[in-house]
Design a protein. Structure first.
Length: 293
């Protein structure tokens, strides 16, 4: 039997904020830096003697928790990157944040940088043509030997820019347009002298959407207890459907639907409670809560 919903932007889940256009979703996987499972390590230069250690506990950023990522080297112009590919939604503000600490660092041609690229960099290559989102270095910074805190607050590179309209805001990303875009978050460190750069609590969190400003008031989503198929009916054409778990993570995205009635296979979902976010041809949004059996 169908169940009819008159829906607005208000979500009732304990893990969501009250308005859909301001709920937060973490985009980075493994941002606690305890292990390398979700990260790719790239050797960017011929210099040897550098080491990238996840779950490092000899030292950690003061405000961190558990282990962290240590990117260290003895000098010799070692240069390495730790990367993660992430799919973002255009037109949405994302808050980029992380902790950084410098240990055993000789302030001579040493750097730590956060860069957004469009592909995983190649071994023995250099990252050029992309803006620095956050950076420390021994030539622009007054003192890089005792940094311990939020990376954005401690950034001091003279060339910092970002992917948003205000170049003075280095910790917010926004890619213009509609639809999805895939980026690569790159943490990189190196130097001509000894260094140990620590990263922890790496996060890229949604801050809200500038695309969806209206709400869908009538939508049919059934059944509410799912086995394999999810049915959605709408008076206007359905453009996209996203399935979001109680952690705020998007588990499935169905795009380019262009129909007033769709049937989606959700057999791959784990059992649990999910929110269905439906975007129509007018960029209006409706939501519903379902249970996957």
């Amino acid at each position: 039997m169908k169940k009819f919903y008159s829906l607005g932007l208000i979500l009732t889940g304990l893990f969501f904020l009250s308005a859909l256009n301001t709920f937060s979703q973490e985009m980075v996987v493994g941002g606690d830096m305890e292990n390398a499972d979700s990260w790719t390590i790239v050797d960017l230069a011929a210099g040897d003697g550098h080491t990238e250690t996840f779950g490092y506990t000899d030292y950690t950023p003061t405000d961190g928790s558990g282990g962290c990522l240590s990117m260290s080297g003895a000098g010799n112009w070692g240069n390495a990157a730790v990367c993660q590919q992430i799919t973002l939604q255009r037109g949405v503000d994302y808050k980029l944040s992380m902790l950084v600490r410098t240990i055993d660092l000789v302030p001579e041609s040493t750097w730590a940088e956060v860069v957004i690229t469009d592909d995983i960099p190649a071994d023995d290559g250099y990252i050029t043509g992309f803006p620095l989102n956050m950076a420390l270095n021994s030539w622009d910074c007054i003192d890089v030997t005792e940094v311990d805190g939020d990376f954005a607050e401690n950034s001091c590179d003279a060339k910092l820019t970002n992917h948003n309209e205000d170049p003075n805001v280095i910790d917010v990303l926004n890619f213009a347009g509609e639809g999805d875009t895939t980026i690569v978050l790159v943490l990189k460190a190196g130097g001509g002298a000894a260094y140990n750069i620590l990263f922890d609590n790496v996060s890229l969190m949604t801050m809200g959407s500038s695309i969806a400003t209206k709400e869908i008031t009538n939508i049919e989503v059934y059944p509410t207890q799912l086995a394999n198929d999810l049915n959605i009916e709408l008076a206007t054409s359905i453009k996209e459907v996203r399935i979001i778990n109680l952690l705020g993570q998007t588990t499935n995205t169905f795009g380019d639907l262009n129909s007033t009635k769709v049937t989606l296979n959700v057999s791959d979902l784990n059992a649990g409670v999910y929110y269905i976010m439906v975007t129509d041809e007018n960029n209006e949004i409706g939501t519903a809560k379902v249970i996957k059996l």
